[in-house]
Structure formats: C-alpha cells, structure tokens
Design a protein around this ligand. Structure first.
Ligand SMILES: Nc1ncnc2c1ncn2[C@@H]1O[C@H](COP(=O)(O)OP(=O)(O)OP(=O)(O)O)[C@@H](O)[C@H]1O
Length: 438
C-alpha cells in the first residue's frame, strides 16, 4: 500500500448546545433570540445539552487516494473535515496528517478579511509552507481561474460570497497542496463555476495528490473518487469502492429495493374486476441479484400475475411506465389472440439496460379485453428506482435531460482537412477520431 496521507484514530467531536439552543451567527439571530426570551415563561433556563457530531471515527487514506464523503445533512461530514484540517480540535482521538494541507471548507475560513485578494493568495501559500517564488509562479493561474482579477486589491471582506469562494477555490486547488480537502464548495457559485471546480478537482486528483471531497452530487462523487466514506450520525457506516458505497447510499436514501412487489393472496383481494384480478406485481433485477439497486445499465423484469376468472377471454396486459414528473415514458405490453382458459397467469416484461433515465419511476397496469374494452387500470405502489452510477469524463456531472437515456452508437469521421494541415497524415486524424467515437 502507498504511504499513509491521513490516519484518523477514534476521532470524536462533542458539541454543546447552549441553553437557548441557538447560534448567534447574525444580528437577526440575536434579535430573534431576544424576542423569544420575552415570551418564554421559564426565562430560557433550559440546561445546555451535548451531542457527538463525530464519534469514534477511524480510517486510513493512502497518498494519492481520492476519497468522497457522502451523508445526509447534519451527518457530521463537515465536522470531520474540519477536524482533519485542524480548524477545530477533537474532543477525543486524533488525526495524523502527512503532507501540506490545502482546504476549502466553508466561506470565511482560511482568508484574512482585512487583507486584499492578492495578499491572501500569498498568505495562504505561506501557511501551507510554500516559498514566495513558488506562489509567484502560480499566481497568474490562480487569478485567471478565480475570475476576480479586477478586485484583486480590494480587502476580501468586501467580496460577495460568490467571489470569495471563487478565489478561495482557486487558491486551494492551484497551490498544489499534497492533501486537498474540499467541502461542498459547489453549493455556492454559479453552474459554470461549479463545473470548472469539478474539472479542477478531477485534474488535481489525476495529478497524484490526495483529495477528500464532500458533496451531495453523487454523479460527481462517483466519477471523481475511487473510494467513498458514508457518514451517518457522526460515524462512518460504509467505506469502500465509490460505485458500491454511492449505490448503497442512494438506495437507502431513495428507498430503492425496499418495496419490490405487491401481492394479493386471494382473487377477491386483488385489484381488478369480475373478469380479471391481479395476483402479484413484482420488480426483479435480471441477474437475480436482489440486494443490489437498479442502475441505468441494469436490465430488469416486471412480473404481472393475474387470475383470469372468465374462460375464453382474449386479454391484453399493458404497462405505462411513468416518470416522477408524471410523464408516460412509454407504453408496452403483451396480449393473446387466442382465448385463454380460466386460471392464474404470469406475463413478464423484459426491460433492457441503458434505456431509462435515472429517477423514481412508477408503472400503471391496464388490462384490456378483446382489444377494445378496458377492464381496469391499476397504479402500482412498487417504485422503479433507477440510479445513475455512470462514470463521467470531464466536468459535466448534472442529470441529463430526457425520460430515456439509450446508449447509441456514434462515430465521428474526418470529412476534410484544412488546406494548411495537408502535411498531417490523414490516417493519424482518422484513428484519433475513431477512438473518440462511442
Ligand atoms: N459549531 C457548532 N456548534 C454546535 N453544533 C454544531 C456546530 N457545528 C456543527 N454542529 C452540528 O453538528 C452536526 C453535524 O454537522 P455537520 O456540519 O458536520 O454536518 P454535515 O454532514 O456536514 O451536514 P451538511 O451536509 O448539511 O453540511 C449537526 O447537527 C450540526 O448542527
């Protein structure tokens, strides 16, 4: 294994919530608390309570590893990163860090408000142990990336939060720390800048630096990180390859895989009518791996079991697959041209992978008799939750639009070379383009 960059040993942080149980970050908070005090009968005499924001967390991260941290709001992710960055001291346990740390944890840390943007760049470099000459070499790239060049000589306390984050991210990512800690910077700033940041984190990661990255954007985490820690209630509840941990986290968050069938034991209990009643609606992975959530690539099966109660009916079973937005993605089904004897039947629909977009889909079953009479419609309670666990290149990590996401064959061919590029061997261009096709 590579050298250890970070080692957390039983790292723990206890916070005490003040009697009034409010933080006084802003003037509005203070005023609100005073007003509350006027109306409070007990005079606000509640006892302070303590809780563990991070409890007994231990892990080791090797040099050059790119690790994502995921978890719900309030799970303890930011506190964990602040402990690693030594912004806050642990209540118990310790973190051993081998290497220069650059961090972008929250707006407000790391920069001196009275100093200008220019001075803060040098200050930050010096803090992580860089020589003036090293910082000067990267200065232009930092300013260009941050897009705040015009305000470089203004004290950063006058920056907007967007400008602040731009400069802070540019500094953290360009000063080439050996360990980069980044906390959901992407929530601030516009989409274009978020993309730029993700692209930069990707190139830092490929450059062999150790990166820890907190994000709620699972596509970005899954694409940028090789390993993911899932934090819940202040503890690490899962730690492993990104695709697996993100899959399990999303499955738990969305409830995917929890309800995969509806069953009615007796004909009189099933939805339907006097002629046909449903017995079972079941969603299955085609590979039989029932514990795993469905991803965009996974083929799956839908079983529709029904009792035909009237002999000699010609029946057609149709499924409408409906997106979370209520759009019918498509309709599919099967029927019989021959009359069916009475009995219990199962129709199984085979849905290929690389068809549906990610999201929580629903389906409606419609049973039609003799190609003309709708016997009944039933909206199933079984969700078809499709996770996006595809690896993305570049810096585009948003959800693609559209109800379907088929994987189509594309080829790019060279049609004509510009006149001045005649010396370039055509075969070289062609092979590059063929490789780029997918
Ligand atoms: N300075 C503090 N004083 C008291 N409680 C705090 C403090 N900082 C964080 N907490 C609390 O500790 C818990 C963990 O917070 P933390 O910010 O680490 O969660 P998180 O997983 O990063 O959440 P999010 O995804 O919303 O950023 C929360 O209940 C939060 O309210």
């Amino acid at each position: 294994m590579s050298r250890t960059a970070i080692k957390a040993e039983n790292l723990s942080k206890k916070y005490t919530i003040a009697a009034s149980s409010s933080r006084h970050d802003t003037l509005a908070d203070q005023l609100a608390d005073r007003v509350r005090g006027i109306f409070r009968r007990d005079g606000g005499g509640r006892k302070p309570s303590a809780f563990w924001a991070v409890k007994d967390v231990s892990f080791e991260i090797g040099q050059g590893e790119v690790v994502g941290i995921v978890g719900h709001n309030g799970a303890g992710k930011s506190t964990l990163l602040k402990l690693l960055a030594r912004i806050t001291p642990p209540t118990a346990g310790r973190a051993v860090i081998n290497g220069r740390v650059g961090s972008l944890l929250e707006v407000g840390t790391g920069f001196h408000p009275e100093l200008s943007g220019r001075e803060n760049i040098y200050l930050n470099g010096a803090v992580i142990g860089m020589k003036r000459e090293e910082i000067r070499r990267r200065f232009d790239a930092i300013v260009e990336f941050s897009e705040v060049g015009r305000f470089l000589d203004m004290p950063v306390k006058r920056y907007s939060s967007g400008m602040y984050v731009r400069l802070a991210f540019a500094v953290a990512a360009h000063l080439e720390p050996e360990i980069l800690l980044v906390d959901e910077v992407l929530a601030v700033g516009d989409m274009a800048f978020q993309k730029k940041c993700l692209g930069r984190i990707g190139s830092v990661a490929r450059g062999g630096q150790t990166v820890i990255f907190i994000s709620h954007n699972m596509t970005a985490v899954n694409s940028l990180c090789e390993r993911v820690l899932w934090v819940s209630g202040g503890s690490v509840v899962d730690d492993g390859p990104a695709r697996l941990v993100v899959g399990r986290y999303l499955a738990a968050s969305t409830g995917a895989g929890q309800l995969n069938e509806e069953v009615w034991e007796r004909p009189e209990e099933g939805p339907g009518c006097d002629a046909v009643r449903l017995r079972r609606l079941r969603l299955r992975r085609r590979d039989g791996n029932s514990g795993e959530p469905l991803t965009m690539e996974s083929p799956f099966l839908l079983d529709i079991e029904f009792w035909n109660l009237v002999p000699d009916s010609c029946l057609h079973v149709t499924v409408h697959l409906v997106t979370a937005e209520g759009i019918v993605a498509f309709s599919t089904g099967c029927g019989t041209s021959q009359p069916l004897p009475a009995g219990l039947y199962r129709s199984t629909g085979h849905f290929p992978g690389d068809l549906l977009n990610s999201g929580i889909h629903r389906f409606t079953v419609i049973v039609v008799k003799d190609s003309s009479t709708v016997l009944f419609k039933y909206e199933s309670q079984v969700p078809i939750t499709i996770l996006d666990l595809r690896q993305r290149e570049g810096s585009c990590y948003g959800r693609e639009p559209g109800v379907v996401q088929p994987r189509l064959h594309w080829v790019t061919r060279l049609l004509e070379l510009p006149a001045d590029a005649a010396c370039l061997p055509e075969s070289a261009c062609c092979s590059a383009l063929e490789e780029a096709s997918c």
